[in-house]
Design a protein around this ligand. Structure first.
Ligand code: KIV
Ligand code: ZN
Length: 511
């Protein structure tokens, strides 16, 4: 498409800021799957990671750079030489590589975090941007905590970044503190006061601590920013980042007011949202705008009546526009592999062969046990398969003795790195017994922070979906498991969380 003055570049940071959400972690293959969908979707730039952070992050940025075809790939770097060089090395295979370097500019961050004064920060900006510019053509610079930065100092920092070679200037609302009016004014004042402002693209990066991230980003665009940073499902540090799907759909649905263009194919939103939710084990809240389960559901009689007469009475966009198609295939115990694959695709999942085999096997097993199979049952199975596809530890079998006469006992067998081992453990309750058995087989010090069960559908034969959150040495992970047997689902969820913890440990302790 021809890029007009109204063209907004969409910069997705799901793989970097999104992965910084407490509890979220993605393996390399998961990151590649997400990057590929963003590439097809028409995202302009993917921030694929923070290469200096770990070997794993470096590898992700480097591998994503190699596999994507159209999208630009970006690596994040602090203002140090080593950070910048590492980011440069990680993106070197990308079609159009970008280094994104940043330093904090607010008084509170400079004093307490960096222990640097203004002169030192200006010097660091010059040094890091020039160094990055020697490695790649396209350099982005960010003023961390820009919205709490002294305005004249911010002008100076931005001018320094531009004169040192940056072509994109990102203005993060790092702590989600600003408001639409204030953010408009900040971007507007930069465009009007920084001498070389006309040479660069200004970018928004808004966090959602006050629930204003999308509104603030759009306000920045109205003031003249032409790049928006965002994440799928709005995941990210603390309350998250501006949600990609909300931003793009706002521009699409309210083109009369927000007359901007992007080349994002919104029909891939459902698929991307489910993929991100599956690989991070972060559920999408039911009433989440655009991609929540209830976003197109109509319950009240008045609404249903209106919808039957004309969809536009209560729908401002169609489900099809976000890739949510009316389900056509009814699944049951006679459905075959091909139908299952089609159904998964309709629901937004593209399954690799091994995932398809395992998910289909589980579906058949479920169809034998349960009268009706709903879409949510299939989603739960596939989500579970996504979270078990990276496993060091696999559940083999579980037998429980429970009831009024204790002690409750779990007889559990797992496979750890291809070796089968078993334990019989007691506990105060069957779940406790299972978790004790897992601890015996795979000793660890992680704390259990959350154990949550919910029924995927109605009825006593419904699958249970269990979430487990573990915490170890500042690292949090979430695992999910589904089964018609709540105790099996519990074992699956705990094991899924441990598998994610193993990935996190490896990322932080590269050999
Ligand atoms: O929120 C923030 O300030 C960031 C920067 C690294 C861009 O994520
Ligand atoms: Zn951020």
């Amino acid at each position: 498409m021809n890029k007009t003055d109204n063209y907004i570049k969409i910069f997705d940071t799901t793989l970097r800021d999104g992965e910084q959400s407490p509890g979220a972690s993605m393996s390399l293959s998961e990151k590649i799957q997400i990057a590929e969908i963003f590439d097809t979707m028409g995202i302009d730039i993917i921030e694929a990671g923070f290469p200096i952070a770990s070997e794993g992050d470096f590898e992700s940025v480097s591998e994503v750079s190699k596999v994507v075809k159209n999208v630009q790939v970006c690596g994040l770097a602090r203002a140090g030489d080593k950070d910048v060089d590492r980011a440069g090395a990680a993106v070197k295979h990308a079609v159009n590589p970008r280094i994104h370097t940043f330093i904090a500019t607010s008084p509170i961050h400079m004093k307490f975090k960096l222990q640097m004064d203004e002169v030192q920060v200006i010097d660091a900006i010059h040094r890091s941007v020039s160094r990055a510019r020697n490695l790649v053509e396209d350099v982005q610079w960010s003023a961390e905590d820009a919205t709490r930065t002294d305005r004249d100092f911010l002008f100076k920092c931005v001018e320094t970044a531009i004169s040192s070679g940056a072509s994109t200037i990102n203005i993060p609302d790092t702590v989600g503190y600003t408001t639409p009016e204030e953010y408009f004014e900040i971007i507007d004042s930069l465009i009007n006061n920084v001498p070389s402002a006309d040479k660069v693209t200004f970018s928004t990066h808004c966090h959602n601590d006050l629930g204003l991230a999308v509104a603030n980003s759009l306000s920045g665009v109205r003031a003249g920013a032409r790049q928006i940073e965002c994440t799928m499902n709005g995941i990210g540090e603390r309350a998250g980042n501006a949600a990609l799907e909300e931003l793009v759909m706002s521009m699409k649905v309210r083109k009369d007011i927000l007359n901007y263009e992007s080349k994002v194919d919104t029909t891939l939103f459902t698929r991307a949202s489910r993929l991100v939710s599956s690989v991070t084990s972060f559920p999408v809240q039911y009433n989440k705008a655009i991609v929540g389960k209830n976003a197109f559901a109509h319950e009240s009689g008045i609404h249903q009546d209106g919808m039957l007469k004309n969809n536009e009475t209560y729908e401002i966009m169609t489900p099809e526009s976000i890739g949510l198609s009316e389900s056509t295939l009814v699944m049951g115990k006679h459905s075959g592999r091909h139908a299952f694959k089609e159904k998964a695709f309709e629901l937004g999942y593209e399954l690799a062969d091994n995932q398809l085999n395992d998910a289909f096997y589980r579906f058949k097993d479920l169809a034998d046990k349960k009268k009706e199979i709903f879409d949510d049952d299939i989603i739960a199975i596939i989500d579970d398969e996504f979270s078990t596809s990276l496993d060091h530890i696999k559940l083999i079998s579980l037998k429980i003795e429970a009831g009024t006469f204790g002690p409750q006992t779990a007889d559990l067998s797992v496979e750890i790195d291809n070796k089968e081992i078993s334990s019989v453990s007691e506990g105060s309750g069957p779940v406790d017994a299972i978790f004790n058995a897992i601890k015996n087989l795979f000793p660890h010090n992680a704390d259990l922070q959350l154990y949550q069960v919910h029924a995927v559908t109605q009825g006593t034969d419904a699958q249970a979906e269990v979430s487990v959150r573990l915490h170890e040495d500042g690292k949090t992970v979430v695992g999910r498991g589904a089964d018609t047997d709540t105790l099996v689902a519990s074992a699956r969820a705990y094991i899924a969380a441990l598998n994610r913890l193993i990935i996190k440990r490896e990322k932080n302790n590269p050999n």
